[in-house]
Design a protein around this ligand. Structure first.
Ligand code: MTE
Ligand code: MO
Length: 426
């Protein structure tokens, strides 16, 4: 089927075959002429890759929504594990995309050296060429950068100057825009091979008529006693790609799925840490050990009716509530714990601050997470706690001793440790 976007035309392919024929005989000669590469393979792998990109994109939007300080629609407080699940999916989808992206790039890269054909006048062909090649260039570049900086972010490796979150967010839109253009340009080919079974070798209607007849391929084929081609089947290549994706997900997802911890050798967090919960930033790294362990510590509450200071003992003397809530980090790890402490709502009631947004300030003096906003509907939630205990023990200093914030369905970065004060802006 010849379509407006059919990039296969006889002349450049003949050039490729001549190139292949000039190489010495041996397995390498099949590189550019292999019939494993085909629209069928590219569409199959592309479909799975598309699923990964869509999941990563949508869950990424959720994450930005959760971290937006002034969203159009308030971020929900339920389900309490919502952010944990969407971030886990985001991380798994991004990791799963890596092998699929490589297989897909492998399946199409010879086409980059093939001229572009199409129907219509020169201007139309030029426009289609620019759209096709341009969207692919942007899509490939953004996908590689997104996956690379995403993985680097999970390992706390930031060899760059830009803000990770905003860059990752902006590139996601560029990537999805390029994907939409790419799908639009490729629609005829995608439609042509969407639901089809793998075509038998040599009988793929997508294959150019001149390809299988003679030359290197035909010569190699005749060497096979059963007449089959010496390369793996396309189905096997798709299968290998999917298997690799599954493998890399299993090797890393234990950071967020406890059942996989033993097999996730490359997970960024083992799930172990003081009191059964991993640590991102230790008290020492945050330079708060002295302030956090000062016996004269008090938590300052500030609201419309004034200020109140509560010592550790006074906080522990107030009604204590427990909640099982996860810490779900944007870096792809999460862990659940039983947190015990005082409700934010009951604390803010002491200063007339119930029903308002609360600013949460850490004893930590510098760093990106030293001050966060707790929206009004989170601040009144009975599960939003100033936690004093984790899994039955007094918080360890690395978990935010003497007091930390823990709220339901809240991104980990906003679960502020080593609380200095809670205040309502008046
Ligand atoms: N003051 C302060 N609070 C903080 C952080 C921090 O660096 N400083 N890190 C945040 C991040 S990124 C996460 S995921 C959670 C959980 O980190 P932890 O496991 O190190 O406690 O704490 C959050 N609270
Ligand atoms: Mo985090």
């Amino acid at each position: 089927m010849a379509t407006a976007t059919d990039p296969r035309r006889p002349r450049p392919l003949m050039r490729l075959r001549q190139m292949a024929a000039r190489r010495p005989p041996g397995p390498r000669t099949v590189d550019f002429s292999t019939r494993v590469r085909s629209t069928w393979l590219t569409v199959r792998v592309g479909r799975w890759l598309g699923v990964c990109v869509l999941v990563a994109f949508l869950t990424g939007l959720v994450s930005h929504w959760g971290q937006d300080t002034d969203p159009l629609v308030p971020f929900p407080t339920r389900p309490v594990w919502g952010y944990r699940v969407t971030q886990g999916l985001h991380y798994a989808a991004g990791i799963a995309a890596v092998p699929l992206l490589l297989v897909k790039l492998w399946s199409v890269y010879p086409r980059l050296f093939v001229g572009f054909s199409g129907h219509g006048g020169a201007a139309r062909r030029l426009l289609l060429t620019l759209l096709e090649r341009g969207s692919i260039a942007v899509l490939v570049a953004t996908s590689l950068v997104q996956v690379a900086i995403g993985v680097m972010n999970t390992t706390h490796w930031y060899p760059w100057e830009f803000t990770f979150r905003l860059t990752h967010y902006a590139l996601a839109w560029v990537m999805v825009g390029a994907l939409v253009v790419h799908l639009g340009v490729k629609l005829p080919e995608i439609r042509g091979s969407w639901g089809r079974d793998e075509p038998p070798p040599g009988r793929d209607p997508d294959e150019p008529a001149d390809q299988p007849a003679a030359g290197v391929d035909a010569g190699r084929e005749s060497e096979q006693p059963d007449g089959s081609t010496p390369h793996p089947s396309r189905r096997a290549v798709v299968g290998a790609g999917l298997l690799s994706s599954a493998a890399v997900v299993l090797l890393t997802a234990g950071s967020t799925v406890p059942a996989l911890r033993e097999v996730s050798w490359f997970g960024v967090r083992s799930g172990r840490g003081p009191q059964g919960v991993p640590i991102n930033t230790s008290a020492e790294a945050a330079d708060v050990v002295d302030a956090a362990t000062d016996p004269g510590y008090t938590l300052l509450l500030r609201g419309p009716t004034g200020e109140v200071r509560l010592s550790s003992d006074e906080l522990q003397a107030m009604p204590q509530h427990s909640a099982v809530l996860p810490i779900a980090c944007v870096e792809g790890w999460s862990a659940s714990g039983t947190w015990t402490g005082v409700r934010v709502r009951e604390l803010m009631a002491l200063v007339g601050g119930v029903g308002a947004e609360v600013t949460v300030v850490s004893l930590q003096e510098s760093g990106p997470f030293t001050r966060t906003q707790l929206p009004d509907h989170f601040a009144v939630d009975p599960l939003s706690l100033v936690a004093l205990r984790l899994n039955g023990e007094r918080l360890s200093v690395d978990h935010g001793y003497p007091a930390r914030l823990i709220a339901p369905n809240r991104p980990g970065v906003l679960q502020t440790k080593w609380l200095a004060r809670l205040e309502v802006q008046t």
